[in-house]
Structure formats: C-alpha cells, structure tokens
Design a protein around this ligand. Structure first.
Ligand SMILES: Nc1ncnc2c1ncn2[C@@H]1O[C@H](COP(=O)(O)OP(=O)(O)OP(=O)(O)O)[C@@H](O)[C@H]1O
Ligand SMILES: [Mg+2]
Length: 331
C-alpha cells in the first residue's frame, strides 16, 4: 500500500457532538432509521440510526459477515428491509427499486464486479448513462436531438475511460480486463450517471497492488469533485489513508464511529475485529478477497441483465411493469 497520498485535504468538522454510534452529522446526505433485515433467524442488519456526512469520504468497516454488503443492498434498492426508512438528500428512498435510486444520484459498485463480459468496455459505459435517448419515443422522433445526446454520452464515456486509463481498451470485451481493471470500469460506469453519492463495496478487493495507488486517487478525486463517498473496505491502511470518517459495523449493528485515528484504537472496534481475526491486529489486516475467476459469469451476468431489463421495462411501461423489481444482489 502507498504510504501517503499527497492531495488529501484535512477533514472538515463533520459532527456536532461526541462521536458515538448514530451521531448526528452537521450536513448529512443520507439518514437511516431502524433499518433491519433478517435471513431466517439471522439478523444481518439492525441499524438503529445512521447519518452519512455530505461531501466526505466515509468508510464502513467491520468483520466478515457483519452486514456491510447487506446494508449497501438495502440502501441502494437491491434488497428490501424488514423494517426501516432512510432518506437521501431529503427524499425517502425506502423500498425504491435500484434503478430509481441511481437516477436520484446514489450509485454503487459491487464486491464482485458486475462488468458485462460479453459487451465491450464502451458498451458497458453506455449502459451506465442516466437516460438513453433512443429509448424514449418522443426523443427518438426528433432524431437530430437524439444523435446529439448519444454523441454527448459517448464523449462522456470516452473521457471517463481516459481518466481511468481504459480508453485504449474501449473496443475490447470487458471479459478480457484484469480484475483491477474491471473494478475501475465499474467505478467509471457508476460515474456515467453523474451521481451525488458513490458507494463502493470493497474497491480494493482483487486489485493488483500496481493499481491501488491510482484507485486511491480516483476516490479522492470523487470527493474533490464534490461527491460523497461511502466505501466498504477491509484494508485498514486504505481506510487510514483516505477516510474522513469511519463507521464500524459488527453483527448487523453500528458499534462505533469517528475519525480514522480514533476509531482504530477504540476497544469496541478492536473487540469486533478480534472476534473474527484472533491472531491479527488492526494495523495488519488486509482482508483482500480474491475474486474467483468465473464467479461473475452466469449468475452475476444474469442479475445485471435482469436489472437492465427492469430499467428498460421502466422506460416502456407495460401493464405489469410496476410489479417488476431489481433482483436482490447475491441471490
Ligand atoms: N441472501 C442471503 N441469504 C441468507 N443469508 C445472507 C444473505 N446475504 C447475506 N447473508 C448473511 O448475512 C450476514 C451478513 O452478510 P454480508 O454479506 O452483508 O456481510 P459483509 O459485512 O458484507 O461481509 P464481508 O466482509 O465478508 O463481505 C452473513 O451472516 C451472511 O451469511
Ligand atoms: Mg460484503
């Protein structure tokens, strides 16, 4: 891991009171209340109250199985809670399907990347665009406008690809990219919709060390461009490097939050981790999961294809389109 990231800005004052779990933020972009999700008898998520500060980089950490991905799935509409409400920029998002959540400006990436291997890198990017002119009949009828819009989308895609150093691969199939490049593609695709908040589930997992520095800078850039970032990560060095605020989850609950330097020394946090990693200390945890080759084949591709179908169905409503929902991640 890199030892320092030079363009880090000092964290602004984010909270009004003492850094206890659920502490109110001065300018929250996301506020969640009583969000729970159980799988049979297992309470995977049980978050009483949580606020995410706007314009900052927040890390969500915790041992394997703590409920981090499930919580992401709930917030972004890829899964449904048993209880709870949350609002994003003042809008109630609870039970809203994923495609609508992303249109409102909250996008996420997945622990296992969801780049579509059989599409080219550029085609993957175009799928991330907010609206595709050709899908709207009225816009499609005004062809010059449609062409202009499509050109603008392609231009945006190419400039994002250039930023992520994937522009020379725009015509390659996504399947030919390395694990790290697919992570970058997924992040670039998320940015196509010009989001306000980007949620990254283990952006470093499976990424070659040669790419980690550039990934760190990309995440810092998101903040510099005014976006809010919430990321899940097991790599404590990365958390220390870029997070302004750290939230700790264990057994579905928020057990601690605070600035990185404080949280890493919090006994509740050390306990939460020691429960899962008996012989490691926080400073040496890396936890980087290898992405097994082939895991993103049939199942994951099926899921994202389903999501696209749902998106298209929303653009062309049929009598039962309202019944369709984005499929739950990981099922
Ligand atoms: N679809 C599901 N069906 C049943 N149990 C599930 C499902 N998804 C998650 N779980 C369980 O819920 C708990 C929380 O899982 P989750 O994937 O959210 O953890 P996590 O914090 O993201 O872990 P990791 O760091 O390993 O990615 C785990 O015990 C997991 O086995
Ligand atoms: Mg996870």
């Amino acid at each position: 891991m890199p030892s320092s990231v030079s363009n880090r800005t000092p964290p602004a004052e984010l909270v009004a009171g003492p850094a206890v779990p659920g502490v109110a933020k001065i300018d929250p972009i996301l506020i969640a209340d009583k969000v729970s999700r159980h799988f049979g008898g297992l309470m995977a998520v049980e978050v009483d109250h949580l606020e995410i500060p706007r314009g900052a980089i927040t890390a969500l950490i915790g041992p394997n199985g703590a409920g981090k991905t499930t919580f992401f799935n709930l917030l972004t509409g890829f899964d449904k809670p048993n209880t709870g409400t949350w609002n994003f920029g003042g809008k109630n998002l609870a039970r809203m399907p994923a495609f609508r959540v992303s249109r409102l400006g909250m996008v996420r990436t997945f622990q296992l990347t969801k780049a579509l291997g059989r599409l080219t890198v550029l085609e993957n990017m175009l799928l991330g665009a907010k609206e595709q002119g050709g899908e709207n009949l009225f816009v499609a009828l005004i062809r010059p406008f449609w062409r202009k819009r499509e050109d603008a989308i392609t231009e945006r895609a190419m400039s994002l690809l250039a930023k992520f150093k994937l522009d020379t691969k725009s015509e390659d199939y996504a399947a030919s990219l390395s694990g790290g490049q697919r992570k970058l593609l997924e992040m670039a695709r998320a940015l196509m919709s010009e989001p306000q908040m980007v949620m990254l589930d283990e952006p470093m997992a499976g990424v070659n060390p040669a790419l980690t520095q550039s990934l760190l800078h990309h995440i810092l850039d998101l903040k510099a461009e005014g976006m809010t970032v919430l990321f899940v990560e097991h790599d404590m060095h990365m958390v220390n490097e870029i997070a302004d605020w750290v939230i700790v989850m264990a057994e579905g609950r928020i057990v601690a939050e605070g600035p990185p330097g404080v949280v890493m020394n919090d006994p509740a946090v050390i306990d939460a981790y020691l429960g899962a990693h008996h012989d490691t200390d926080l400073g040496t945890l890396t936890g980087q999961m290898e992405i097994a080759e082939g895991m993103e084949s049939a199942l994951v591709r099926g899921e994202i294809e389903h999501e696209i179908e749902v998106d298209l169905a929303a653009e062309h409503p049929t009598p039962d389109a309202g019944m369709t929902e984005a499929k739950v991640d990981g099922k």
